[in-house]
Design a binder for this molecule. Structure first.
Ligand code: S3P
Length: 455
């Protein structure tokens, strides 16, 4: 059984419009972390026994992972809203799926599942929606081929793909050619099945949720800081033990209300239990450098991840240079930070952002064309974006094509909350992939978002 999570028919599009309203105030419960939710389901599936998960993100991307695991014989159950359990089948205990695995919009599902499937000697066919089928898979397939898997893809390493794992994987040492937590995770998950030690070296640190959770579940994993970068070594063929997982609120989702509160005059909002993993919070560092008023309280550790409560108040922002070294720690947050930059005074430069071309859409182009349509001066080159801030409300007054990209959809609604004229998006449905109920949650803070064709 597969669950079709794809948004495919333009005729079902749900346009939405955001307009300037009063200040945003109050508290928002930000949904669970997407990256950690995928990993909790996948590692829970490989454990021996039952993994209980609290705060799981119930967005479409995570449902795609749950559906794929069910299709391979794993019992994945929702006990109550946000409370789930997974009855693990043990490392290498998955069954061949009897139909295509449709991973919808979710790159994390597709790439991490490759690692999970690598040590299983069966064939699985994987596909996704119009966005996911355009995204490069070779970056994850290349190291897994070195380990012994066989993969056929469409031209350019695109899905659909036929993926055949093996129960005799070779351990490898692999230096990441691009900073990608998905590629790192796929190799480490494959390494779980391989005899001996599999090592990944990353010269730029990427999110380390896989390493943290593998270690939380008893895997033998060693992390060393070396002159070449972080060296992560997993010893394969040991069992994973089920462990309770508490999923923090997603800092990537928190960035939308945080930027909205920073740019809508008079706002003050509170976001609680937000994940503060150092490899994820570049957006808050950047906002603070731009003059945002963010305070952190109740800093604590929950389920092996640092979390804190955030209070964000509106402030006059100024442009900043956001260095390439920070890109991995805020790779998903550039679209919404671009909105903050459009409202700031002075120029903001995002350096080292070429990876944005291969996200759910070409985000470099989406930021450029979307902001220009809203009257903001923007230039891009292969690896950077320069935004000339309006020093206050940008003109707005455009309809943005969201191109099946949740973060483009939500970012431009945030722009509409602060711009002179309303901003519309052609489809709000993609926001459900990572932030179910985004419009309602923003309305509860005082935002004016309406659905239907712009009048
Ligand atoms: C993710 C890693 C990042 C990020 C994606 C989630 C993960 O992708 O953009 O939304 O959960 O590992 P890359 O690994 O391609 O940088």
């Amino acid at each position: 059984m597969t669950q079709n999570t794809s948004i495919s028919s333009a005729t079902q599009s749900r346009p939405a419009t955001a307009r300037r309203a009063g200040p945003l105030t109050g508290h928002m419960d930000v949904p669970g972390d997407k990256s950690i939710s995928h990993r909790a389901l996948m590692l829970g599936a490989l454990a021996v026994g039952t993994t209980r998960i609290e705060g799981l993100l119930e967005g479409e991307d995570v449902h795609a992972t749950a559906a794929a695991l069910r299709a391979m014989g794993v019992n994945v159950v929702q006990d109550a809203p946000g409370i789930w359990h997974v009855d693990g089948v043990g490392v290498a205990g998955l069954h061949a799926p009897d139909d295509v695995l449709d991973l919808g919009n979710s790159g994390t599902s597709a790439r991490l599942l490759c690692g999970l499937l690598a040590g299983h000697g069966f064939t699985a066919i994987m596909t996704g929606d119009d966005s996911l089928r355009k995204r490069p898979m070779n970056r994850v397939i290349a190291p897994l081929r070195d380990m012994g898997v066989r993969v056929e893809t469409r031209e350019g390493g695109r899905m659909p793909m036929s993926f055949t794992g093996t129960d005799s994987l070779l351990p490898i040492e692999y230096t990441l050619p691009v900073p990608s937590a998905q590629v790192k995770s796929a190799v480490l998950l494959a390494g779980l099945h391989a005899p001996g030690k599999t090592t990944v070296i990353e010269s730029i640190a990427t999110r380390d949720h896989t390493e943290r959770m593998l270690s939380h579940m008893g895997a033998e994993i060693v992390i060393e800081e070396t002159p070449a970068g972080r060296r992560i070594t997993i010893t394969g063929q040991s069992e994973l033990l089920p462990a309770a997982v508490k999923v923090p609120a997603d800092p990537s989702s928190a960035a939308f209300p945080a930027v909205a509160a920073a740019i809508v005059p008079g706002s003050e909002i509170r976001l609680t239990g937000i994940g503060m993993n150092p490899a994820r919070i570049g957006v808050f560092t950047s906002l603070a450098e731009m003059g945002a008023d963010i305070t952190y309280t109740h800093e604590r550790s929950e389920g092996g991840e640092p979390v804190a409560d955030l209070t964000i108040r509106a402030a006059a922002l100024t442009g900043a240079r956001i260095p390439a070294e920070r890109a991995a720690s805020m790779i998903d947050e550039y679209p919404v930070l671009a909105i903050a930059a459009a409202c700031a005074s002075g120029t903001t430069v995002f350096e080292g952002v070429g990876e944005l071309r291969v996200k759910e859409s070409d985000r470099l182009a989406a930021i450029e064309t979307g902001l220009q349509a809203c009257g903001v001066e923007v230039t891009t080159d292969a690896d950077s974006i320069t935004i000339t801030g309006c020093g206050g409300p940008p003109p707005g007054g455009a309809t943005i094509a969201t191109q099946l990209d949740h973060r483009i959809a939500m970012s431009f609604l945030v722009l509409g909350m602060a711009s002179e004229n309303p901003v519309s998006i052609d489809d709000i449905r993609p926001s459900e992939t990572s932030f179910p109920g985004f419009a309602d949650a923003m309305r509860a803070l005082g935002a004016d978002i309406t659905e239907g064709n712009p009048s």
